[in-house]
Design a binder for this molecule. Structure first.
Ligand SMILES: O=C(O)[C@H](O)[C@@H](O)[C@H](O)[C@H](O)CO
Length: 442
């Protein structure tokens, strides 16, 4: 049973749904550049149109009204606000999000806004992107602009989405934009994203924001065996994926195993800047990882292994609802009083079902997934973890980064040719679940 006032929501991100990539004064982002390079995206897709949300705000908010959610997490495209990432502000861009926020509030839906969900203005990447410490100052300026325009109406703020994914996939192994393959040389990016988080949190509060948090991708790490080598490799990957971002935000220090190397990029006062008080801690959860020691000649000392014995989604990801309960219990044990209330800012699954002859999208596996993960949250709450809400990924099928349109995470099916939206069976289930919970909580 979920606690009173538990928030049910849904999440998206700008580059994955908006489209309108060259409209409304928007400048190019690293994902526009990356997707234009052949072979970067499995189906050659780009976010140039995506779900065309840029022209369908009212329609999509109406879907959320029907869904009955009380919260909607979305991101703001930095290049739509500052086409070159610094200086001049694009009023048309601000007006777009102003209208979106007002439309949500008119429909009883509270905005949760992410400032950075991976679409860095290309002009900043040309100057080094997140490898360049100066980007953290531009990010602070951008946060002040957006906060100044929207802080009077936005409930929750998230400066950076999943800094670990940006560091490892964007700058470490190059499978995401900007496509750099720096491996461990990507670690300055982690420091600058954390510094950017802190500086943006300061700017948002100065602009009147009353609730600032984060959205970190976390996962339980399961060693392949209890051999020292596998346990050691797991400990290292756990530090890099989980602790490297949580501990600076919550404790103002880097995890012991990584402190020496991160110290190289840390200037006087940086850790205090990073450790801004958080009103909530956003957790993006998908599945546990199984880790083993890699071969001697491998580039990285760990290898990710298949988590066997569980059903998998169409993305090949294992479905492990108890992993979410385990993670929440682990985080409370690790971070204790430093951990503010938690929101599940992303949780969801990819299944490719489309409309049948009658136009029905029967995605029962998604219903089972959401139901089992919400039960896992309820169990963690029953064991004393303070979880305040669950924002499912995602409202709409959308552009799944390097997987393009091949992976569908939405409660709503999107036909990428006609842009027709078709609520799936899971949409109806989620709406009924939200309504039922609202009744029992009264
Ligand atoms: O967690 C992430 O990687 C991102 O925040 C989302 O943008 C993804 O689309 C989603 O998670 C499915 O992979």
């Amino acid at each position: 049973m979920l606690p009173g006032g538990f928030r049910f929501g849904t999440s998206t991100a700008a580059y994955q749904i908006e489209g309108g990539a060259t409209e409304g004064g928007r400048g190019p982002s690293i994902w526009d550049t990356f997707t234009a390079e052949p072979g970067r995206v499995v189906d050659g897709a780009t976010g140039a149109v995506a779900c065309d949300h840029f022209h369908r705000v009212e329609e999509d908010v109406e879907l959320m009204r029907r869904l009955g959610v009380e919260g909607y997490r979305f991101s703001i495209a930095w290049p739509r606000i500052q086409p070159t990432g610094k200086g001049e502000v694009n009023a048309e861009g601000l007006a777009f999000y102003d209208r979106l926020v007002d439309t949500l509030l008119d429909n009883g839906i509270q905005p949760m806004v992410t400032l950075y969900h991976w679409d860095l203005p290309q002009a900043l990447e040309d100057d080094g992107g997140w490898l360049n410490r100066a980007t953290t100052d531009h990010f602070q300026e951008y946060a002040a602009i957006v906060g100044g325009a929207l802080a009077d109406r936005v409930e929750h703020w998230i400066p950076v989405n999943e800094p670990n994914v940006v560091t490892m996939l964007g700058y470490g192994n190059g499978t995401h934009a900007p496509g750099k393959t720096l491996m461990f040389e990507a670690l300055p990016v982690a420091h600058h994203l954390l510094l950017g988080h802190g500086k943006a949190a300061i700017a948002l509060r100065q602009a009147g924001a009353t609730s600032v948090g984060c959205a970190n991708n976390h996962a339980p790490m399961w060693p392949a065996t209890d051999k020292d080598a596998d346990v050691g490799a797991t400990k290292l990957f756990d530090a890099l994926w989980n602790a490297l971002f949580a501990e600076p935000m919550l404790f103002g220090r880097y995890p012991a195993d990584l402190a020496e190397i991160m110290d190289m990029y840390t200037h006087e006062g940086d850790m205090a800047t990073i450790r801004q008080p958080l009103d909530f801690y956003g957790v993006n959860y998908y599945n546990p990882h199984k880790i083993g020691m890699a071969a001697e000649d491998a580039e990285l000392p760990w290898e990710q292994l298949e988590v066997l014995g569980y059903p998998t989604t169409d993305f090949g990801w294992p479905v492990v609802p108890d992993g979410l309960r385990e993670l929440l219990i682990l985080m409370r044990a690790r971070y204790r009083a430093a951990l503010p209330p938690i929101y599940i800012t992303e949780s969801g699954c990819s299944y490719g079902m489309g409309p049948d002859a009658d136009g029905v999208v029967d995605d029962q596996p998604r219903i089972d997934y959401l139901d089992s993960h919400l039960r896992a949250v309820a169990e963690a709450v029953a064991q004393g973890v303070d979880v305040r809400g669950y924002y499912t990924w995602s409202l709409l099928d959308n552009f799944e980064w390097a997987e393009g349109f091949t992976q569908r995470f939405g409660l709503v099916h999107v036909d990428y040719d006609t842009l027709v939206r078709t609520p799936k069976k899971s949409f109806e289930w989620y709406a009924a679940m939200v309504a039922a919970n609202r009744v029992t909580r009264r």
